[in-house]
Design a protein around this ligand. Structure first.
Ligand SMILES: [Zn+2]
Length: 318
């Protein structure tokens, strides 16, 4: 089956990777812009348009400065003219970026609004990753499926810190942007940061027809597994037009890597694909991040949407 991985940061420039993607008949949407990383994504989308597409982003630095939004829009115009098919907002906005008074900036700040109005008017898609898994706002718990990730990045832990926004504040700001721009296609990365609460996500999808989500990445499969198979199955059936597959692997500077390191990163890519494939397409039981996960075994027509049609619809031009 032809399929699209709609959430990637994979600068897979080695011929082995391109060849493998062709064998699998797979296309990756790489996400990132305005940095060294983004350059590789731009280049790959040009050199291998069958295998790679590119979603750009914009600088948050200087967001309080004069003409900030105009400058961002100028940059985005160039990126879209140069092959970008969507624009992403990273979670720094909401969790890290502070204004001159030390207040955490949120995505619904009027400063950013002209950018979203421009994307809306141009018919471009906005991919939004704001907030982190909910465990960031709780004391560290070894049983949390994201424990390893939280431990590795302690600076992102929000629990017991004064003046930081809550998970719900950050998501509410995003929801106001979706509401303010009803013609803007908004894709919420990582199940809209509601991987722990499909009921809340269902409410959002019901309320905003211009909102969809991606499933990135591998750990979200564990979150879904912990939610319970029947509930997840029903969710994927009911919202079959609003969910896109993504595995969120990350690789850079592959051309300069040692052979050993390259094989490791390539193996990770294949393993991520296999986990996604096993979980969504089969009902077999397999081990993932220490959990015995049973696949959903979704119907063929739903799989076709999850792995292909929805990405085509929500990211025109992909
Ligand atoms: Zn990502």
């Amino acid at each position: 089956m032809t399929y699209i991985d709609a959430h990637m940061h994979y600068a897979g420039e080695r011929p082995e990777v391109i060849k493998w993607l062709a064998q699998e008949d797979c296309k990756l949407l790489n996400i990132g812009g305005a940095d060294h990383h983004g350059e590789a994504y731009r280049r790959l989308a040009k050199q291998h348009p069958d295998r790679y597409a590119w979603c750009t982003s914009f600088q948050l630095e200087g967001f309080e400065g004069p003409d900030y939004a105009d400058k961002v829009i100028e940059g985005l115009k160039k990126d879209f003219a140069d092959g970008a098919i969507a624009c992403k907002v990273f979670k720094r906005l909401g969790m890290k970026l502070q204004d001159a008074q030390g207040k955490y900036a949120q995505i619904d700040d009027p400063i950013f609004d002209p950018i979203f109005s421009w994307l809306e008017a141009e018919g471009h898609t906005l991919l939004v990753h704001v907030a982190d898994p909910i465990g960031r706002w709780k004391p560290l718990d070894e049983k949390d499926p994201y424990f390893e990730y939280f431990e590795k990045t302690p600076e992102g832990q929000m629990c017991n810190r004064e003046g930081v926004p809550h998970h719900s504040d950050i998501l509410a700001a995003r929801d106001r942007v979706i509401e303010r721009h009803p013609k803007l296609r908004v894709v919420g990365a990582h199940l809209g940061s509601l991987e722990h609460d499909l009921d809340a996500l269902a409410k959002l999808l019901d309320k905003y027809p211009n909102f969809a989500v991606d499933t990135s990445g591998v750990r979200r499969i564990v979150s879904l597994f912990l939610t319970g198979r029947d509930k997840v199955w029903e969710f994927f059936i009911k919202y079959q037009d609003r969910i896109m597959y993504g595995s969120d692997r990350s690789v850079r500077d592959q051309l300069e890597m040692s052979e050993e390191k390259f094989q490791e990163s390539f193996g990770e890519l294949k393993a991520a694909f296999r986990s996604g494939w096993d979980y969504y397409t089969t009902d077999k039981t397999f081990t993932l991040k220490g959990y015995e996960v049973r696949g959903l075994g979704l119907p063929q027509d739903v799989l076709k949407k999850l792995f292909y049609t929805n990405a085509k619809k929500w990211y025109p031009g992909i």
